[in-house]
Design a protein around this ligand. Structure first.
Ligand code: ADP
Ligand code: MG
Length: 244
């Protein structure tokens, strides 16, 4: 089953459209944790018929979810938003819960990623601006592509081992004013937590430069490149799920 995305529109990034997309997207995520509530939410979307939803498994749902995100990322208006600085890529690295000062009740990657989103991103960003939140493991090859600019540096191997050691959470963040890259980097804080703002994610929780919990594109160009890599990662994950 492949979903119909509403017809393209250069207005897609007006808030109402983001809401429309976000509605469908969050309904999927909801499904993965609460199947009945997710089914209910999705059936309110014009793209789905209740009867089809009844028959879908969680895995089929994840495949549909990947299709939606991938199609969305390939659209010309999405590409334009990236070029104009309205969209950036963030990553919550593995094992964030090993950071310092973490609440004691947070143990898993899943919970810690949710904590980072709720504690640092949601208060600083309108909810509709958090377009996509998708957890997937990175292979060492994918990690090397992400950090290609650091290839050959002495910390490169450790960096690749760390980022590919468990699931990461990809975030796509939208900022109407065209300052998405800077805005997310501000919330992350400086690369070295010792230099990072106290209010930032790294300043609050990162134990070291090596384990600084989050990643963010550093320019519009790298956002375009890294979002392209995210599409590849989604496609690989799609094939993997389908082969199971
Ligand atoms: P940022 O993640 O802030 O964009 P960089 O792109 O410079 O920072 O580096 C990528 C990642 O590599 C950093 O987040 C950090 O975890 C690691 N790193 C950077 N510089 C060093 C270093 N000198 N020693 C060890 N690890 C480093
Ligand atoms: Mg960087």
């Amino acid at each position: 089953m492949s979903p119909e995305i509403p017809p393209q529109s250069t207005e897609i990034f007006r808030r109402s459209r983001i809401n429309e997309h976000g509605h469908t997207y969050y309904a999927y995520r909801h499904w993965l944790t609460d199947e009945e509530a997710g089914r209910e939410a999705l059936s309110r979307s014009p793209e789905f018929r209740r009867e089809d939803l009844e028959e879908m498994t969680v895995q089929e749902l994840e495949l549909v979810e990947i299709d939606i995100i991938r199609d969305f990322l390939k659209r010309p208006d999405t590409q334009e938003a990236i070029e104009q600085g309205r969209m950036t890529l963030g990553i919550i690295k593995p094992a964030v819960n090993e950071g310092v000062n973490f609440p004691k009740n947070i143990h898993s990657d899943h919970h810690s990623a949710r904590y980072i989103v709720e504690r640092f991103i949601e208060p600083a960003w309108i909810p509709e601006g958090i377009l996509v939140q998708f957890a997937v493991p990175l292979s060492p090859e994918q990690a090397q592509k992400l950090y290609v600019e650091h290839q050959g540096k002495k910390f490169f191997e450790d960096l690749i081992d760390y980022i590919s050691s468990g699931p990461v959470t990809f975030l796509l963040l939208y900022d109407e004013s065209g300052r998405a890259v800077e805005r997310w980097r501000h919330i992350m804080g400086a690369t070295d937590p010792k230099q990072a703002d106290f209010e930032s994610i790294r300043g609050t929780h990162a134990p070291s430069l090596e384990h600084n919990l989050v990643h963010g594109s550093d320019s519009r160009e790298s956002a375009a490149q890294e979002i392209g890599l995210f599409v590849e990662i989604l496609e690989d994950w799609h094939d993997f799920l389908q082969s199971k």
